[in-house]
Design a binder for this molecule. Structure first.
Ligand SMILES: [Zn+2]
Length: 717
């Protein structure tokens, strides 16, 4: 290597070393000025020798170009979320489930019969940030992607590269760096100091402040300008290694760089994995601890509930994982969560403030719900100015009144709620009058109604502007017609300008109409709440609408917002009836004959179909070119061995989820029902089964425990 080449290599290595000291270990060995001097020398040398600039050089973190948008990334192994535990009992229940499953799988029958062995766990602080998947190829950072919906995320590589805690290339001393592609998962976050600094700058510029660090971190990662991301001072921690060969679970099997045999390099424990990640120069949060049993986990959670305020980042809990990776594989995952991990949530954060008013909000179905307007107060880093009050009865029961001093609570992502009024008022302020539910809709002045059995008051006017607004938002939402860009503020504009009166009108919007609308960017993603012309975004919305015309019928049924018809029922209806025409004309008996469609849903679909205004709407959508058919695979008409039989599942099964058990029975032609009757063929019960099992006993219905159920299923395989 030339002298220049070796000087470049040395500089890059030294800079990376100091980046690690500063951004990962928070323990710098040189001053900022000295660090800048090293970086400047490298920049000068690279400027003179552009042919020697490597992509993983520390000077190449910020590409300098604004990106157009983010490409979609499919996660080969889904990024599952974690089940939660809110107290000690739930932690112990998690441990018992784990031990039960493992004991059941034991080869030695006597070992299974004995008290299950204690399980060792790794407890890690849960970082309140944005999940990220980093792909390294032959040790070099190739890609960074967000979690997205777990199956698909966004490619945010340009932004990830600017985060100095994340190495552009892995350190090659210590344990072998895996060749080929490897995915490392973790969390990017905004350190508290960086968040406070950012808000000080916003304040000085007279701009609105950011509400909390987590949302700001998420918004930052989705910013199209990497140089802005670079300035924010984001941090990162990693906690998982994935190789893509073990869907659902997360063990790893990697070939070591020097293994001639090609046998996978395998860490046996999560602790060894974390140590390897740290040795490769990746940021691993240092407070993790190996706990020999669940009691040590409980102690760790209690300890950090108190200590976390002293940390430099926000944490909302502790993640607990089975340490032994072979046991993890045995435990597997449900459709939603791995069975070998849980997230302990620290207790909710509370604050007191003044309730200035109680207002109401009109929803998509006309439901009118009260909420509390609060004097803004800080709770756990966010400013709270509103809290939910659920319904009129909730307000009456809590007897909170405007002017009261109230206790509010915020737990995780949940909308804050009003716990109670503090009585008497600490400053001796006399109480106001009890709050009354308004008699008329605040938006359209229609008289509000309430069914005898319901707690919710409703505006029954189907053309109420407030209902239309919420309906359109629902229609466009990701799980419905999925029209990106058609959010709340744009919907407001469309209604105010009289451009849209129903769903079908959306399909007659022109790019010219949308381009000129002026819309404020929606919170909390917005950088600054500045109104701007829609321009290109407007054109894109029209393109998105055009694309949505070819959605499957299931999305359309869900998007129509028929009461009681959720995503799952919509998919079932689409699969069975195949076309909108058929769905609109089926008698209620036919609707109800479909497995999983109950009388309430059937009646609601029928009522929707009989309303002339809805028939008109469907005709309009059809005329606009919206697809009215289902392409989903038709349910098999082949009778299975369990045809005509009805099963009820109750309690917790340890070897499979409720959905898996349902699918297994349905594949064999059986029907799964939610309630036990004389017609029930058999009740399958797991741990903690309650009243359904009792009822089955009383009615003399056949019963199977989990072991019998598994044997029963295997007889058909
Ligand atoms: Zn109304």
């Amino acid at each position: 290597m030339s002298d220049i080449g070796s000087r470049l290599a040395e500089l890059r290595q030294r800079i990376r070393h100091h980046e690690e000291r500063y951004y990962i270990h928070n323990d710098p060995q040189i001053s900022d000025a000295e660090f800048d001097e090293l970086l400047h020398e490298l920049e000068r040398l690279e400027a003179d020798h552009p042919d020697l600039v490597a992509l993983d050089s520390p000077t190449q973190r910020v590409g300098g170009r604004t990106v157009e948008g983010f490409a979609t990334v499919e996660h080969i192994v889904p990024m599952l979320s974690l089940d939660n535990a809110y107290n000690e009992e739930e932690l112990r229940a998690f441990d018992e489930r784990v031990r039960r499953v493992i004991a059941k799988g034991a080869v030695d029958a006597t070992a299974a019969a004995a008290e299950p062995e204690p399980i060792a766990y790794i407890a890690e602080l849960k970082i309140d940030g944005l999940s990220i998947a980093l792909t390294y190829e032959d040790g070099r950072l190739l890609r960074g992607a967000t979690r997205g919906d777990g199956a698909r995320g966004e490619d945010v590589t340009a932004n990830v590269r600017t985060i100095r805690a994340i190495p552009l290339s892995l350190r090659r001393s210590g344990p072998a760096v895996p060749p080929g592609r490897v995915e490392i998962r973790g969390e990017v976050y905004l350190p508290r100091a960086a968040f406070e600094k950012l808000n000080r700058e916003m304040e000085q510029a007279g701009d609105p402040l950011f509400a909390n660090a987590r949302n700001t971190a998420a918004g930052t990662m989705r910013n199209l300008d990497p140089s802005l991301v670079s300035k924010r001072g984001m941090g990162a921690f990693v906690y998982q290694l994935v190789d893509g060969r073990s869907p659902g679970s997360a063990p790893l099997a990697l070939a070591p760089a020097d293994a001639a045999s090609g046998e996978g390099l395998r860490y046996d424990t999560h602790a060894a994995t974390l140590e390897a990640l740290a040795a490769w120069g990746l940021p691993v949060e240092s407070h993790w601890r190996r706990c020999a049993n669940i009691e040590e986990v409980v102690a760790f959670c209690a300890e950090w509930g108190d200590r976390r305020q002293a940390l430099e980042f926000d944490t909302d809990g502790v993640v607990i994982k089975v340490d032994d990776l072979a046991l993890r594989e045995k435990l597997g995952a449900t459709a939603k969560f791995p069975r070998w991990a849980t997230a302990f949530k620290f207790p909710a954060q509370q604050a007191t403030t003044t309730l200035t008013a109680i207002d109401v909000n009109v929803g998509r179905t006309g439901a009118v719900t009260p909420y509390a307007v609060l004097e803004p107060v800080k709770v756990a880093g966010s400013t709270i100015s509103m809290a939910t009050l659920h319904n009129a009865e909730d307000v009456a029961r809590k007897d909170v009144r405007p002017g009261d001093r109230v206790l509010i609570e915020k737990g995780g992502d949940v909308i804050p709620k009003v716990v109670k009024a503090i009585l008497p008022h600490p400053d001796g302020v006399p109480r106001g009058e009890p709050w009354q539910m308004p008699t008329h809709c605040p938006e359209c002045r229609s008289l509000l109604h309430r069914d005898d059995e319901e707690v919710v008051w409703r505006c029954e006017n189907t053309s109420c502007p407030a209902r239309l607004r919420r309906s359109l938002e629902h229609f466009a939402s990701r799980t419905a017609m999925n029209v990106e860009g058609l959010g709340a503020s744009l919907v407001d504009q469309l209604i105010d300008q009289g451009l849209v009166h129903d769903y079908a009108d959306l399909y007659h919007l022109t790019p010219e109409q949308l381009e000129t609308l002026v819309v404020a960017p929606k919170e909390p993603k917005s950088e600054r709440a500045v109104a701007r012309k829609l321009g290109k975004v407007g054109r894109n919305v029209v393109a998105q609408l055009e694309r949505s015309k070819s959605n499957d019928l299931s999305r359309l049924i869900y998007a129509l917002g028929i009461r009681h018809v959720g995503e799952k029922a919509a998919a079932t209806l689409a699969r069975h009836f195949r076309s909108m025409d058929r769905l609109m004309t089926e008698p209620v008996e036919a609707l109800q004959s479909v497995s999983e469609i109950g009388p309430v849903v059937a009646a609601s679909v029928r009522a929707f179909a009989e309303e002339p205004r809805n028939q008109q709407l469907v005709r309009k959508l059809k005329a606009a070119g919206v697809n009215m058919d289902s392409q989903a695979p038709e349910p098999s008409d082949q009778p299975g061995p369990l045809s005509g039989k009805t099963y009820v599942l109750t309690g917790t099964l340890t070897s499979m989820s409720r959905e898996e058990a349902t699918a297994a029975l349905e594949r064999l032609g059986g029907k799964v029902s939610g309630s036990v009757s004389k017609k029930t063929t058999c009740v399958v019960f797991g741990a903690d089964a309650g009243s359904k099992l009792e009822k089955a006993e009383k009615l003399g219905v056949e019963r199977m425990d989990e072991a019998q159920f598994l044997a029963f299923l295997s007889a058909y395989n």
